[in-house]
Design a protein around this ligand. Structure first.
Ligand code: PPS
Ligand code: ADP
Length: 499
């Protein structure tokens, strides 16, 4: 069975779990699977599984488990009622491979759904590319030398300043260094590679173990959870940005280092203000990366810079999606085709056109025009556009996309992978109806075509469009030029002269 469900007999119930089923199968969200991996690794010690209702309540109100052990953040899984009714739940990854089994001792329910509770055990020998460099927490702990252990959990590449901070603190403490890169962003492997590339700059014998610790909404709890994970791996000290109450180890703020005239990073107290040179802000770094400029030697090493560029390629080397939305007859397909031609002539990217009509005959064959089917249609288009974007292409989509939530979902999927521009083709209904190229408005008005957008089905006008183009006022060329100008302004395409 590849999809979510129960075995052998799904109950179909949606509100309360019915009689017990022995085993259900469930594919958790990626963030939930990351928590499963941390549970299996022992990185959430002392947790061995998903929390019961009582433990969650206790963590939320007292930041302690039911038995008074400090714990900062609920670790929960959300499943449908029929899955929560099973005694055991086999968790699978998106490809359908078994990852773990939850012994579902005390399922419970709140406003957000049903939650299994009980210990989690590995389904089989854990696999995966990073598995070799990610041993369980107890093994890491056992292999660390018996002295202070200074941990850091970077979410971005470490450059000269951060590396100098780590070296300074580890020297002061005479500590072993433990770097636990958080594999939480869109390109976790590249982050891990960037940290591995920093190894020559880290104290000898530094241990580097990637951890799939997903960011929590509350920054304080997130930092505290990271501290618990660091402690589970054997850390005695942690470098963190601010003090942490109830942390299970010593928390140290990074020392203030400044760049001196010789481009060395030294304690601020040792460098007179007149001897200091400016560093690079986060925005400054982003601007250099976006434009593809070299990173200065005083900022990082060439090896780390190379990995940083993999993590954050220049805008012109990344993909983007333009989503045209608007009423039937507004001009979406016409503008999408013209934009495709313009980009194909002048830009290096492969262009993929995902036009409403064509998509409905292929990718979305069989879907109708109910709200649910439109939603499926638009989100499928978004999925493909995000893949095109991820691989450096330009995707141009032209569905009506009448619902705000679906457009927003497409934006989210795509922005994880590259650029996203929402263009509202805001041609008034009267003009679209006057054009009535396919005679559909006539049929809709006569009642022979039901659920027609703008007539008998809604169109939610975007209030978040990057551009609104009324083709009753703009020529096709002018409209396309506006889109190209916006892409240029945002750095996604270079200048060219249209002929
Ligand atoms: N009921 C109804 N409402 C709207 N449109 C209809 C309908 N029935 C058929 N058509 C034709 O289908 C095209 C719209 O498909 P989309 O995939 O773009 O629509 S949606 O985004 O899923 O809402 C649309 O194409 P465009 O005119 O290019 O927009 C119509 O030709
Ligand atoms: N400035 C303009 N931009 C785009 N289309 C225009 C413009 N002026 C007139 N049209 C006409 O409007 C119609 C729009 O149809 P189409 O592009 O299929 O719209 P949609 O894909 O939004 O349903 C075409 O016949 C096109 O020639």
């Amino acid at each position: 069975m590849s999809a979510n469900g129960t075995d052998p007999d799904p109950s179909g119930s949606t509100d309360v779990p019915t009689g017990p089923q022995r085993r259900a199968i469930w594919v958790p969200e990626p963030a939930e699977l990351s928590d499963v991996e941390l549970l299996l690794d022992g990185a959430f010690r002392p947790l061995r599984g998903f929390l019961s209702a009582a433990d969650v309540e206790s963590v939320r109100t007292r930041q302690q488990l039911g038995d008074d052990v400090p714990w900062p953040e609920p670790v929960m899984l959300t499943v449908p009622a029929e899955v929560a009714a099973a005694e055991e739940i086999e968790l699978r990854d998106v490809e359908g491979a078994p990852v773990a089994v939850v012994r579902n001792d005390e399922p419970w329910c709140d406003g957000s759904g049903w939650h299994p509770a009980g210990p989690v055990v590995a389904a089989e020998e854990p696999v995966g590319v990073l598995r070799k460099i990610r041993p369980p927490a107890c093994q890491v702990r056992a292999e660390l030398p018996s002295r202070e252990v200074l941990a850091v959990l970077p979410e971005a590449p470490l450059h000269h300043r951060e590396l100098a901070q780590i070296r300074q603190l580890s020297a002061e403490l005479d500590a072993q260094v433990l770097v636990l890169p958080r594999m939480a962003g869109p390109r976790p492997e590249a982050l891990v590679q960037s940290v591995l590339a920093a190894r020559p700059e880290l104290p000898e014998g530094t241990t580097i173990i990637p951890v799939p610790l997903v960011r929590r909404a509350d920054p304080k709890r997130d930092a505290l959870l990271a501290a618990h994970v660091a402690a589970a791996y054997g850390a005695t000290h942690l470098i963190a940005d601010g003090p942490l109450e109830q942390a299970p180890l010593h928390v140290l703020e990074p020392p203030e280092l400044v760049r001196d005239r010789a481009d060395q990073w030294r304690p601020a107290a040792q460098v007179a203000p007149t001897e200091r040179r400016p560093g690079l802000s986060d925005e400054g770094l982003r601007a250099l990366l976006d434009s593809g400029s070299e990173l200065p030697d005083w900022f990082t090493t060439p090896e780390i810079a190379e990995q940083q560029r993999r993590l954050h390629p220049p805008l012109t080397a990344r993909g983007f999606t333009v989503l045209f939305t608007g009423l039937s007859g507004a001009g979406k397909s016409t503008l999408a085709r013209a934009l495709r031609d313009e980009l194909s002539r002048h830009d290096h990217r492969a262009v993929t056109l995902l036009d409403g009509d064509v998509v409905r005959r292929t990718l979305c064959e069989g879907l109708g025009f109910s709200a649910e089917d439109r939603s499926r249609n638009v989100r499928r288009i978004g999925y493909v556009a995000a893949e095109v974007t991820r691989h450096g292409g330009a995707a141009i989509c032209a569905p009506i996309a009448p619902y705000h939530a679906d457009r927003e979902a497409v934006g989210r999927m795509v922005r994880d992978a590259g650029g996203f521009v929402l263009v509202h083709v805001a041609t008034p209904l009267g003009e679209c109806e006057r054009r009535d190229r396919k005679g559909l408005y006539r049929k809709a008005r006569s009642g022979s075509l039901p659920e027609f957008t703008g007539v008998s089905a809604p169109y939610e006008v975007p209030d978040d469009a990057d551009l609104a183009l009324d083709t009753s006022e703009l020529s096709q060329d002018e409209a396309v030029e506006r889109v190209v100008a916006l892409l240029r302004e945002r750095g996604w395409v270079r200048s060219w002269t249209s002929v």
